[in-house]
Write a new protein. Sequence first.
Length: 190
Amino acid sequence: MSAFLTDGLVSLRTIRRADLPQLAIWRNEPEMRAKVREWRPLTDVDQERWYERISGPNRTDFMFAVVSQGGRDVAYAVSGIMVGVVGLCHWDAINGTAEVSYYLGAEWARGQGYAKRALTLLFDWGFETMRLERIWAEIYEGNGASGYVAESLGFVHEGTLRKHVHKNGQRIDAHLYGLLASEWKAAQHG
């Protein structure tokens, strides 16, 4: 499987071209699209462009497949199965910032701890290896699960962009969250 990072129950690995069909299925589900930036179904061309952007030598988006490693601490765990995606996007090396992106496409994996475990691995790597000072998230109105995950990891709600995006025929708010390196380190090391 060639895990990039693992905690023994959840691993992150590089996204492969072979993953694109499954990712497109997940991202094209209307329920998922309502929670993310895409407003229209993704095509094969869209997926290929995205893959080139995240795998190229000058990338600023670092995306990883979330893979279940099985184990008793994660309910319904099936070893070796891709359950979602996490990443740090829009990396700004000068300012030490990046936006977090995450979703679990496997419906059975939601609410089972995968997102929090995967994001913990990602943030440890981002703050230590990438030397980030700040990770931020933009979470749309109606996506309470993502807001809950962000807050459980220490993100602070920094503000609301009112009627910021158009989704499902209406304007909705975008909530901005931020997590500083000092906050992450303090929370992880007590």
